[in-house]
Design a protein around this ligand. Sequence first.
Ligand SMILES: *[C@@H]1O[C@H](CO)[C@@H](O)[C@H](O)[C@H]1NC(C)=O
Ligand SMILES: *[C@@H]1O[C@H](CO)[C@@H](O)[C@H](O)[C@H]1NC(C)=O
Ligand SMILES: *[C@@H]1O[C@H](CO)[C@@H](O)[C@H](O)[C@H]1NC(C)=O
Ligand SMILES: *[C@@H]1O[C@H](CO)[C@@H](O)[C@H](O)[C@H]1NC(C)=O
Ligand SMILES: [Zn+2]
Length: 230
Amino acid sequence: MIQILKSVFLLGVASSALAHIHSGNQIPFSDPRFTLNGIPFSTRAYWMRRANEALPNPCPFAAFGTVIVNHTGNPGLGELICTGSNNNSATGNPTLHGEISAINNCTTILTSPAGPYRLTPSQASAAFTSLTLYTNAESCPMCASAIRWAGFREYVYGTSIPTLIEKGWGQIRIVSAEVFQQSFELPNPSRLLGEVLTNETDPLFSWQFDPDFLCPAGCERLGGRCQSLP
Ligand SMILES: *[C@@H]1O[C@H](CO)[C@@H](O)[C@H](O)[C@H]1NC(C)=O
Ligand SMILES: *[C@@H]1O[C@H](CO)[C@@H](O)[C@H](O)[C@H]1NC(C)=O
Ligand SMILES: *[C@@H]1O[C@H](CO)[C@@H](O)[C@H](O)[C@H]1NC(C)=O
Ligand SMILES: *[C@@H]1O[C@H](CO)[C@@H](O)[C@H](O)[C@H]1NC(C)=O
Ligand SMILES: [Zn+2]
């Protein structure tokens, strides 16, 4: 079932990425009856919620959170390797989107001599090909490219780029499926699962440019902007 849906989805993108963005015809993977690439929806939802919880508070303006998980050889929920969230404003580094923060964090954790993994750089690099990256919003082309360079086994996103654009976010209009399609020369295939648990990720990105949209739980409007309650 998923295989069929996924090929329909990719065909749609192949015909025209831009038309695809405007027509909003992505097929969401939000039906709890689906098993997504061998892993039940409930497990995907658990990690997507953890990606939401990777944020420093319930309503940062840039609410982009990521978790990186080892499902390989781990029945059940799998093992959390690291988290990350958008850190542009705290650091001044414009490349620190949630996904890049998480990849940096995982690299540190996997290679730390004091940590649980103690991998060499080449082992850490190889480890990414067996891991899954969950991110609460579809990756921009920079991050989608980083995900393909890393060779992640799976990449799972919540809110889509077309939805972010609809909500007022400035975006580079290249969807991840297109980056994935164009990266066929890279050695490690990655599975893409889009629009997972969007009913819980979309609200985190819906209040910033819409003064009437309800703040996420634990936050209220102060001076027009959602702020976390003390
Ligand atoms: C979001 O949808 C999923 C099914 O796709 C459901 O399991 C979950 O309870 C929903 N979340 C909320 C907050 O309603
Ligand atoms: C992932 O889990 C499997 C099974 O426990 C283990 O063999 C493998 O080393 C783990 N990968 C990483 C990067 O920790
Ligand atoms: C790195 O990941 C760990 C494990 O999930 C987390 O506790 C820590 O806060 C993360 N560090 C950063 C800078 O995101
Ligand atoms: C963001 O950067 C600050 C300053 O370097 C650091 O203290 C913090 O742990 C970082 N947070 C994340 C989520 O990466
Ligand atoms: Zn990005």
